[in-house]
Design a protein around this ligand. Structure first.
Ligand SMILES: Cc1cc2nc3c(=O)[nH]c(=O)nc-3n(C[C@H](O)[C@H](O)[C@H](O)COP(=O)(O)O)c2cc1C
Length: 216
């Protein structure tokens, strides 16, 4: 395949710190605010710039644009999401998801994914490590954020896989790594919370704290 040397798209002006620190899982997407094909290309171009083993560039995208296809895919996503929750927690219906569970929002996405303006599926050939996939996906999420577009990285349950492959004529030797709905958010991006870096970082020796913990 031919390679190209892309310059940074002029649309991506958000400071990298702002993009990283405000990017988050956005599950309430506006079905009535379309994303242009040009914008999708900017997001995918950013994804292609990510590190990957030996620059072999194994990633392939399937962009689902047709609203009919997204509606159909949404039904499978809903089935897959609940199949995963059944495996994990034995839940089958909304009422079984605890009020304070982060899965409440994910359940909303499971019901609404069929209304997303765009869904991106990320593939490699079978057996290629996700280590050559997820740096690109992170670029994709950050580029989307910088354009004001919400996204969320999701996985599918095997129960729907053969039907997904059939729906989009995906060859059997392609391996699906993740599914990312995209859309302008209903609401704002909101804050995220994470563990303190000093609680998850050791310095020179496993168990030794980083200097900023000793200083504080
Ligand atoms: C491997 C992986 C699988 C995920 N699967 C789902 C999923 O199936 N459904 C969903 O709504 N979010 C999914 N997420 C999104 C996470 O729930 C989200 O990144 C995490 O809760 C942090 O959210 P925040 O950035 O908004 O704080 C997944 C994220 C990763 C990295």
């Amino acid at each position: 395949m031919k390679t190209v040397r892309l310059s940074p798209p002029p649309e991506l002006t958000m400071p990298i710190g702002e993009a990283m620190f405000t990017q988050r899982a956005t599950r309430r997407l506006d079905p009535d605010k379309p994303i242009t094909d040009e914008t999708i290309k900017v997001i995918l171009d950013a994804a292609t710039k990510a590190p990957n083993g030996g620059n072999a560039q194994p990633l392939r995208f399937l962009v689902i644009r047709s609203s009919e296809k997204i509606t159909e895919f949404g039904k499978l996503y809903h089935e897959a999401w609940w199949a995963k929750r059944k495996d994990q927690f034995g839940w089958s219906v909304d009422e079984e998801v605890p009020e304070d569970s982060p899965y409440r929002m994910a359940a909303i996405l499971a019901s609404e994914l069929g209304n997303a303006p765009v869904v991106v599926l990320a593939f490699t050939r079978e057996g290629v490590s996700g280590a050559s996939v997820f740096p690109a996906i992170q670029n994709l999420l950050l580029a989307a954020r910088s354009l004001g577009i919400g996204s969320v990285l999701t996985l599918l349950h095997p129960v729907v896989m053969s039907r997904v492959y059939e729906m989009f004529s995906i060859p059997g030797d392609a391996e699906l790594h993740c599914c990312i709905p995209l859309g302008y958010p209903r609401g704002n991006f909101g804050p995220t919370s994470r563990f303190e870096t000093s609680d998850i970082t050791y310095w020179d020796t496993w168990g030794s704290p980083p200097p900023w913990l000793e200083e504080s």
